[in-house]
Design a protein around this ligand. Sequence first.
Ligand code: ZN
Length: 113
Amino acid sequence: MAYLHCHDCDWSQDDFWSLEGWNPEKAMEGHWTLAFNDKYYMDRNFFKEANLEEKMHENEKGCWIRGQDLLAWELRRTARSVETMAVRTEREWKQVRDTFVCPECGSKNLDID
Ligand SMILES: [Zn+2]
């Protein structure tokens, strides 16, 4: 797996996709089971950082979120990642590498890790 990132700002994207390797389907692998569990206990900071405070419940054991709300959040995160993927594959990168500029700052100082 390799991901494209900028050396002049904090822009980066998901790892390049491939049909057999990493792709949005793989990103969601294992997450579907979230829908079948009632409660996921999470650190209070998680709710704040994930902007999910309205989905937070509390009991004597701590803060929790419904499994289906956690799944919906994962789906939104993955959808956002899919929508903002600037260069989808390594093959596409080879085609655009000479002209591609950072979507955030316009720099050509990009790298793959
Ligand atoms: Zn940049």
